[in-house]
Write a protein that binds this ligand. Sequence first.
Ligand code: HEC
Length: 165
Amino acid sequence: MARLVTFAVVLIALLVVANLDTFKSEKVNNEPFDLKKQEQAYADHLKTLEELEQKRLALLHPVKKEEEVVEEGPLVVLDTPQLVKGSELYKSCVVCHGKKGEGKKSQKAPHIGGQMEWYLEKQLADMKSGARINKVMDPYLKKLEAQDFKDLAAYISKLPWGEEK
Ligand code: HEC
C-alpha cells in the first residue's frame, strides 16, 4: 500500500513538473479592462445579429415586386367626328376582326387593323355592290352606306398594326 501511495505521489509530482513549462509559457492578458471598447464590441455584435435577422426575414418573406400596371391607352385617339362614328360602327365587327382589328383564325377573319384606308373602303364598297363576294359579312353590310365605309376605313386604318394573331 505504502509503495502504491509513493508511486502515485511521484507520478503526480512528475506530471506537475512536466506541465510547469506550459503553464509558464501561457500568455496572460494584463490589459486593463476598457469599458468603452467592450461596449463598442457588443454594439457591433448586436448590429451583426440585426443584419442577419433582416436577411433571414428577407429570405422567408420575399418582397413581391409591385406588378407594373401597364395602362393601355386608347387604341385610337378619336379626335374627329368621323373617327368617333367609325369606332361606333366598328363595334359590330369586333366579334370577327377583333378589338384591334387583329383578325381571328376561328372566324377565318383577316387582320385589318392598320390596313390602308382606301383599301378598306374599297373592299367594303365592293362587298356591298357584289363585286367582291363575302357572304359572311353580307348581313353586317346591308345596313351600311358609302359614308359608313369611309368612317369605318378611317378608324380601322388608325388601329395599331400589332402582332398577327
Ligand atoms: C361574321 C364575321 C365577320 C364580321 C362580323 C365582319 N367580318 Fe369582315 N371579314 C370576315 C371574313 C371571314 C373575311 C374574309 C372574307 C374573304 O374571304 O374575302 C372578312 C374580310 C373583311 C375585309 C377585307 C380584308 C382584306 O384584307 O381584303 C374587310 C375590310 C372587313 N372584313 C371589314 C369588316 C368590317 C368593317 C366589319 C364590320 C362592319 C366586318 N368586317 C365584320 C368576317 C367578318
